[in-house]
Each structure stands twice: as structure tokens, then as C-alpha cells.
Design a protein around this ligand. Structure first.
Ligand SMILES: [Zn+2]
Ligand SMILES: [Zn+2]
Length: 397
């Protein structure tokens, strides 16, 4: 059979790129993206799809019912938000409003619109349905889990059977490659806020005090020992103290010190173990130093975890479609991703798409979240094809 969705995406690619450039000029930050949402809504409405709007954000669930009988329900997702960064790319379609689509979510939206249009074009050949999730607030605003908490995964009447999303990357991966891996694709992210309470006093008489700064110093170094000696090097974890505050002058031992940590892991079980072990270590070192520790754990994002069977399906499908451009990914990325919340509820797969301009060294260009990150337009059609082909393959009668 001819590649109907691929051909349709080839036909509409100039329009998808124009849409990407348009969205790129109006990036909005957070959960409320009125202009972006209006533009996406017009695309959904032009296809006459059923749509459910989120209450917690300007997110949408659009639903396409196939006309070739019953079958699975497939969720495809794009995130919509930009970052509060002043763009420095000098591209003709650079941002005009002081924010920037520096993580490529403009390409994700244009790609999902492309998949939506191509699948709508072949709806009489689809057995089953597709739900298109347009999600604001991916950049640490919990946009996905807020939509899930509203019950929107069931916008089409039940929980979907499969879920797929792509992410474009401006560097690190060779131009035009497409990749994924089974199990952890992106790391979990948890914050840990630690307060050490001791007994302050004169800097000349530390024996009369319980020094919270000395406790902090031990905690900081022992955490790195624990990470290196108690966790498998092939199941990596990262613990970073990004903020530490104590004291006011050189000759006074303060009463209190505060430390803020970020913790990353790429396996859900390891994440639980890491959360517990680091807190246990802090409490035992505090005890040894005659100080008190209070730990407040703030779980931010789960591991973006690709189901083994889903990964195999994606690898088989994309290897046929993209040939040598498809690559198994050697290791997870330490950044985290909101799609993790969807993958906690629905088996699925998160797929990486290089957007490095052709002929460019992927290690010499700026990466995502840089004011100079430059995502090549070709990745719009790639994203559209990946998402559409996966849904197409799942919905064959
Ligand atoms: Zn980002
Ligand atoms: Zn992103």
C-alpha cells in the first residue's frame, strides 16, 4: 500500500513550516498561552474534530474517530510553551515578544498538527481513534499532570491504549537522526530542601557550639560518596546541591544552615531508593554532628519510562520508515520531561528527533534552552511523520 500519511505530510509540509515560524514568533510561557492556543484551536476546528479544553490551562484534547471500525485509542502529544529567554538567533522568524521557543515546542505543535491533518485525511481507513494532546506548561509548570488530574486522559471516553510523543533537540545528536530506547528515556527530577539546626556561638569557641556549617560540609561530601559507592554506575543517579546558605560574618557560628538539592535518576525503583537513602544519610550525619536536620522532599517529575513492548513497536515501525536515520539510543538524558506523567498511566514511548541543521557538527552548536538554539525546519515533517505513522500502524483494520 502507498504511504498515505507520509505523502499527505509531504504535501502539507510547507504549510506546517509556515505554522512553525508563526508560532515561533509568539512564544508564551507557563500554563496560560492565549495566542498560541487560539492558533492551535483554529487548526483543530478546521478539521471538524471533537475538542475538550482544559480548565487548568489553555490545553486541548482533540479527538479523531476512525471510520473503519473499532480499534485501539492512541494518544499523541505536543507541548506548547516557550521559555523566558531573549532570542539571539537572528533568524528571520525569530521571536518578537521577549520569550523564546528555545526548547523547540513550536516544532512539536506544528508536527502534531501535521499528524492530525494527515490522519484526518485517511480517517475512513482507521480502525480506532486518536486523541491529540496539546499541552501547555511543560517547562516545570506541571501542565501534563494538571490535565491528567482533570481527567482529560479520558476525554475520548476511556484511557488510551498507547501514547507517543517526540522531542526535538538542537544539538548533541547527528543531524536527521531519530532515536529512542527502552526503559528510562529522560530522568526523574526531585527537589530536596534541607534545614540544619545547630547551636550558634563565638567563632573562637566552636566547642561551645553545634556547628551547622560543618554538618553541611560533611553532608555534601558524603552524598557524593554514597552516589558513587551505593548506586550502580550503569543505572546513573545525579545529586547536586545548587544552593547553600548559612551565616552572616566570619567570626560567628550560625544557628542554622540551608541546602537545596536536585536529584535525578533514570529508573523508577532507583528513584524511590535515592529519595530515601539521601534523607537517611542526612539525618544520620546530623545526629553525628549534634545538629537537627529537617528534609522536605518535593517530587517534581517521574522518570520518562518507555514500555518495553512499545519501544519494540516504535523501533520496528520507524526502522522501516526512516531506514538508517533510526538509531537505538545508548543512554537516557538527565533532563526531565512532563510526558513522564502520561507514561505513568499509558504504555507508550518518547522519541528523540535531531533538529541539528544539516552539515553542522552536533557538538559545536547550541543546545536546547540556549538563546542561540537553532532547530532546523526539516524536523517538523519528521515529527509529523513519526507520530502519524505510529498511530496509522496501530489503527490498521
Ligand atoms: Zn525544555
Ligand atoms: Zn522541551
Amino acid at each position: 500500500m502507498p504511504d498515505l500519511v507520509g505523502q499527505e505530510i509531504d504535501r502539507i509540509t510547507p504549510q506546517l513550516i509556515a505554522l512553525r515560524h508563526e508560532l515561533h514568533q509568539i512564544p508564551e510561557v507557563g500554563l496560560d498561552l492565549p495566542n498560541t492556543a487560539r492558533r492551535i484551536r483554529s487548526e483543530i476546528d478546521s478539521l471538524g474534530l471533537e475538542v475538550v479544553k482544559a480548565k487548568s490551562s489553555t490545553g486541548y484534547m482533540a479527538i479523531l474517530h476512525g471510520q473503519a471500525g473499532d480499534g485501539p485509542l492512541v494518544l499523541l502529544r505536543a507541548d506548547m510553551d516557550g521559555l523566558p529567554i531573549k532570542e539571539a538567533t537572528k533568524l528571520p522568524w525569530a521571536s518578537k515578544n521577549g520569550n523564546m521557543h528555545a526548547c523547540g515546542h513550536d516544532l512539536h505543535m506544528a508536527g502534531l498538527v501535521g499528524a492530525m491533518r494527515a490522519l484526518a485525511h485517511v480517517r475512513e481507513r482507521l480502525a480506532g481513534s486518536v486523541i491529540f494532546m496539546f499541552q501547555p506548561g511543560e517547562e516545570a509548570y506541571h501542565g501534563a499532570d494538571k490535565m491528567i488530574a482533570e481527567g482529560l486522559l479520558e476525554a475520548a471516553g476511556r484511557i488510551p491504549d498507547h501514547a507517543y510523543a517526540c522531542h526535538v533537540w538542537a544539538g548533541r545528536y547527528p543531524a536527521k537522526t531519530i532515536f529512542s530506547r527502552p526503559a528510562g528515556a529522560m530522568a526523574s527530577s526531585d527537589n530536596l530542601y534541607v534545614t540544619i539546626r545547630g547551636r550558634g556561638g563565638h567563632g573562637s569557641a566552636p566547642h561551645e557550639t553545634h556547628d551547622p556549617i560543618m554538618a553541611c560540609a560533611q553532608i555534601l561530601s558524603e552524598i557524593q560518596v554514597t552516589v558513587a559507592r551505593e548506586f550502580d554506575a550503569f543505572d546513573p543517579v545525579v545529586v547536586t546541591c545548587g544552593q547553600i546558605h548559612a551565616g552572616s560574618t566570619e567570626n560567628v557560628i550560625p544557628n542554622e544552615a540551608k541546602m537545596d538539592f536536585t536529584m535525578r535518576s533514570v529508573d523508577p525503583k532507583t528513584r524511590i531508593r535515592l529519595q530515601a537513602r539521601i534523607q537517611e544519610l542526612i539525618h544520620s550525619l546530623a545526629k553525628a554532628n549534634n545538629v537537627e536536620a529537617k528534609c522536605v522532599l518535593d517530587p517534581i517529575t517521574p522518570v520518562t519510562f518507555n514500555d518495553a513492548a512499545e519501544y519494540q513497536f516504535v523501533a520496528n515501525t520507524l526502522a522501516v520508515k526512516f531506514k538508517e536515520r533510526w538509531l537505538p539510543q545508548s543512554h537516557a538524558m538527565a533532563a526531565s520531561e512532563d510526558f513522564a506523567y502520561v507514561l505513568e498511566k499509558i504504555p507508550g514511548c518518547f522519541i528523540g528527533v535531531s533538529a541539528v541543521p544539516e552539515g553542522t557538527d552536533e557538538h559545536k552548536v547550541q543546545f536546547n534552552h540556549s538563546a542561540k538554539a537553532n532547530f532546523a525546519d526539516y524536523a517538523v515533517a519528521d515529527t509529523a511523520k513519526i507520530l502519524a505513522e505510529l498511530a496509522w500502524a496501530r489503527l490498521q483494520p
